[in-house]
Design a protein around this ligand. Structure first.
Ligand SMILES: [Zn+2]
Length: 298
């Protein structure tokens, strides 16, 4: 248990446990795989909050205060954490790590997709990358693991410990990728309509067709015009499954599915319940994939 070990470390060294802040739950699982058990990780997003529109409160700033390092996805996705980290952690030991912001031009070209909003001509392509990279284990291995490892090594030394954990976690991600591929190999249908655009990298990796990524901003949710557009799109593609990320999306999903005589699956792409159960990143991805496979039919 992190807390027990952190408390044991405190008693042993007479110093409070080292605290790290992470923006979203599933990223906490990824960071923990490299950090090991001697850090106290605080996940900023909690409950049913939507990361795209999250507005931190003073209470959140208090929870993050004293964190020495911050990890976030980057872009416009969780930039609210910049203010929070700045406000709550004046004594932050190390610079915050936002993965999308650190990628090289060639990494962006090789790995990233544009968000559906960015395809809109009013947006600059360079600020409009799809942020949902954590749902592809290979992107996690290639883009996140090296940067998390570098950040811990730079901040705390002991590079060989972090590197050893990164190496075994990378191997685990390779195995996970193969396991997910096998899980999704014999499906009745490989397409679904997503109410929110969380699934694009995952679908690209596993040869699924996710349609309906018409919005990435919750502000656009639930308008009648949008619902009609989703129904028409789903009909034209003969889609029967509508995937909702959470209870709010499920309201739209149920309406769309009713029009299609289709069905709804609610699948959480953020691993919100994984923190309490201490499920690993691989557990979360395996669970998501089992839920999706069941919903698609195999
Ligand atoms: Zn999202």
């Amino acid at each position: 248990m992190t807390r027990d070990r952190a408390m044991a470390a405190e008693q042993a060294h007479g110093a409070p446990p080292r605290r790290i802040a992470v923006t979203i739950p599933i990223l906490t699982n990824i960071v923990r795989a490299i950090a090991g058990e001697d850090f106290q990780l605080t996940t900023i997003l909690h409950g049913t909050a939507d990361p795209h529109s999250f507005e931190p409160t003073p209470k959140d700033a208090f929870r993050v205060a004293g964190s020495e390092l911050l990890f976030g996805i980057g872009g416009h996705f969780d930039e609210w954490a910049v203010r929070l980290f700045g406000a709550g952690s004046a004594k932050a030991k190390c610079p915050a790590v936002f993965f999308l912001n650190q990628l090289s031009e060639s990494e962006r070209r090789e790995y990233l997709l544009l968000s559906s909003d960015a395809e809109d001509e009013h947006h600059h392509a360079d600020e409009g990358f799809d942020p949902h990279i954590w749902l592809d284990p290979i992107l996690v291995r290639e883009l996140l693991v090296p940067r998390i490892t570098t950040a811990f090594s730079a901040c705390y030394g002991e590079a060989s410990e972090f590197e050893a954990r990164a190496k075994s976690f990378s191997a685990e991600l390779t195995t996970l990728d193969q396991a997910l591929r096998a899980q999704l190999s014999n499906l009745n249908s490989r397409k679904f309509l997503a109410i929110h655009s969380s699934w694009t990298y995952y679908c690209r990796r596993y040869g699924l067709t996710c349609i309906g990524e018409l919005e990435s901003s919750p502000a656009k949710r639930a308008s009648m015009r949008r619902m009609v557009a989703l129904v028409e799109l789903a009909r034209s593609k003969n889609v029967e499954l509508v995937v909702a990320d959470n209870a709010i999306d499920a309201i739209t999903a149920n309406k769309v599915a009713a029009e299609l005589s289709g069905r709804v699956a609610v699948i959480d792409p953020l691993g919100i319940n994984s923190l309490e159960s201490r499920a690993s990143y691989a557990d979360v991805l395996n669970n998501i994939t089992t839920e999706l496979r069941t919903a698609l039919g195999s």
